[in-house]
Design a protein. Sequence first.
Length: 188
Amino acid sequence: MTVSLPRTLVIGGSAGSLDVLLQLLPVLDPACQLAIIIVLHRKSDNDTLLSDLLATRSILPVKEAEEKDLLTPGMVYVAPADYHLLIEPDGTLTLDYSEKVHYSRPSIDVTFMSAAEVIGERLACLLLSGANTDGAEGLQMAQGMGAVTAVQDPAEAEVAFMPKHAMTVMTVDRVLKQVEMAEWVMSL
């Protein structure tokens, strides 16, 4: 039996990404049929504060991802602090406590790669502001498996290193200014 997975957008970021998300989520169309996964680097003791904050600003429902959650169109999932977030072939989410990648757990690369393996051409990945190289390798792999890739315009990023690094290792499909992001997301 094959499972039909929803078109999925994975957004990854670190330092400087929260403000972008707080401006993006309120302007997404409520009819959005994407499953959206957000992977942000954060301290391990943040509990559900991030998902609660995003939920107050989002038109779409937001929840902290839990073991065996089923990817659902129109839902925003936030990777919990101190866990990698993986997508299983049956469309469920798995939390993983293996070693940190690029000093981070959750790692953007881990989620980009996992999503690429399972979702392939029905995946889009967006890499936002940040201060390390996490995300570039996963973005490259996702693109190689047919995913659409985008980065925040480094000129607008609070910390340009992460999107700029991705642009040095690959040719991303889109470089987005913040005002272009909602339209791009809805075009997916």
